[in-house]
Design a protein around this ligand. Structure first.
Ligand code: 5GP
Length: 217
């Protein structure tokens, strides 16, 4: 990374994109998303607020900010969420200030979010949003992956599978669909989508001046 003094225009004058990634639970969305963020210094993950209890291994501020319903509702009343939705009886929301801060900082933001949230954000910021849906290769595979996590009871797994059907039913709202047959292949595809979307002229506000300079030579 260059120091501020010799930063190239394409490192600083860019318009951040919002990468909205949805899937049924167990299709690999979280692993794919976190890997993409880890591999790109100019991308950050939006950390949601939720009223659901933390699962074993989850940490405050890493997977979610875990809050009670009263705190969540107070933030709704303050207009503090870019979007929020109820999923399986729990509230989930994207804090708007953190997203704005990241965009102003020249970062792209990835959202691991359900179809309701992706729809709301894409409606608010159609030019900046890119929606990607991850499908499992088969229903058996999805069910096997949820069981393999061994995090949830049989009843909770059945509930998550049912919810997964509802999530999949909204696949048509998305710009891109990846079938996660192998992690490496799906990860490469997600990376290609991200790279291609980054190259759209409207996201590279340095381009007009750069081209003007080329033509002056
Ligand atoms: P989980 O409880 O398994 O972590 O998440 C349940 C669902 O809520 C997932 O589909 C996840 O992507 C979605 N989700 C997580 N954060 C948000 C959020 O801020 N807004 C919305 N609308 N959905 C979210």
């Amino acid at each position: 990374m260059s120091s501020d003094g010799d930063a190239k225009p394409w490192e600083t004058q860019r318009r951040g994109l919002l990468l909205l990634v949805s899937s049924p639970a167990g299709a690999g969305k979280t692993s794919l998303s976190r890997r993409l963020v880890a591999d790109h210094a100019d991308m950050t993950l939006s950390i949601s607020w939720t009223t659901r209890a933390a699962r074993p291994g989850e940490e405050e501020g890493r997977e979610y900010f875990f809050v009670d319903r009263a705190a969540f509702e107070a933030k709704i009343a303050d207009g503090g969420f870019l979007e929020w939705a109820e999923v399986n009886g729990n509230l989930y929301g994207t804090p708007g200030a953190a997203v704005m801060e990241a965009l102003l900082d020249g970062k792209d933001v990835l959202f691991d979010i359900d179809w309701q949230g992706a729809k709301q954000i894409a409606e608010k910021t159609p030019d900046d949003s890119v929606r990607v849906f991850i499908l499992p290769p088969s229903w058996e595979d999805l069910s096997r992956r949820l069981h393999a996590r061994a995090q949830d009871s049989e009843e909770v797994i059945a509930q998550r599978l049912l919810l997964g059907k509802e999530e999949i039913a909204h696949w048509g709202l998305y710009d891109y669909v990846i079938v996660n047959k192998s992690f490496d292949r799906a990860y490469a595809d997600l990376g290609h989508i991200y790279r291609a979307e980054r190259m759209k002229p409207g996201r590279n506000t340095w381009l007009p001046t750069f081209v003007e300079g080329l033509l002056r030579e």
